[in-house]
Design a protein around this ligand. Sequence first.
Ligand code: HEM
Length: 417
Amino acid sequence: MIDNNKKKVRIMAFAIPPVPRPEHVSPEQVIDFDIYALQAENGEYQTLISRLLHARDAPNLLWTPQNGGHWIASRAAVMEEVLESPERFSSRQISVIGPMNPSPPFAPLQIDPPDHNQYRKLLGLAMSPKSIEVLGANARVLAIELIEGFKKRGECEFIGDFAAHLPIAIFMSMVNLPAEDRPELLRISELLVRNESLVATLQANQQLSAYTMQKIAERRANPGDDLISHLIRAQVGGAPMTDHTLIGMINLLLLAGLDTVASMMGFFACHLAQDVELRQQLIVDPRLIRGAVEEMLRRFPITNLARLVVADCTLAGSVLKAGEMILLPTAAAGLDEQRYDNPQDVDLQRKPCINATFGGGAHRCLGAMLARVELNIFIEEWLPRIPDFQIRPGTELHVHSGSVAAICQLPLVWGVT
Ligand code: HEM
């Protein structure tokens, strides 16, 4: 079992003093919003974001003095415009707090079009339908093994006992890493995404890069048929990539696929534990699972994206200045009542509609298909084995909020016959 004790501690926001409102920001746009310090009760993270950002008459573009001062897009349409306009909004910086940006930078995520696509294509090879099929088959075996392992106990801590295992196993097999490296990698990635302090984050970043560099050196000495060896051999613009770029790419693959999937599964499990009717529907007709996954992806977005304004411009009627940052809390897009009727409801009849859960524009998530496969496997294998489960009574659910929001611990219980 993965040790989650650390996660019980409420993560403190970074102690960055608020900054004064710039003149070009109107007073009506100001909101005191710290993405690193949101206190969502009962795991209702997305609802909290929507409540804060979608207040009646609130503008579509807000500004907070927290974390250095930055813009916040609060509506799906504004987020889409930002994600589809890299000439105005660059992904060179993907955190509103400058020093929190990954080093080496994540490729292709932190590379703007047109160069971006050359790097994206290389990672795309790992996401071919054939590769996803193989990764999915292995993930299914592991999912069954895990569920069967704790089913008779009548309880589990869902995140540590189940959700965290699938994505790390997939990453390890995608890049062909030895299973014994798993605890170390989990430890480092955990430190990185939990953002306990700036210093701890930077240290964890260095540890991850050192680990990745070591693997690159091993594959240079003994090339194989795996993704890392392939990336080492690949050419971009007629030349091999530097170690710096390679590290950024492999680090991205690990972090992009790990916490996101585990966190999404956590929100799905939390909802399923409380929605008896939905569970019943999916048990009676498992063909509904695919659509339920899509609808829950819309309902429970977890990422908070950020972009750097690279040219003075206007957005949603406001003037933005080059050098400013804009935050895109995707939960506010998924729960945007200007886009969806009754957005709080998980409604299997809802017509599928493009959403921001996997981002948009050139950087739309490369692992979306793989993530969907993992989420489907979870529900397909869980419900027939543990059809009736609930959150342990009396549990206080804590959500950690940052670039990815996640329920820290989710204790589930069920009857055992
Ligand atoms: C439910 C799970 C996931 C969610 C919610 C998610 C979400 C996202 C989002 C919102 C972006 C866009 C980031 C931005 O524009 O700043 C993104 C990009 C990316 N994701 Fe995912 N992701 C998930 C799973 C995965 C998995 C499993 C992988 C791979 C193993 C992956 C790999 C990537 C990569 C490589 C990019 C960068 C694409 C580019 O820059 O062209 N993601 N993801």
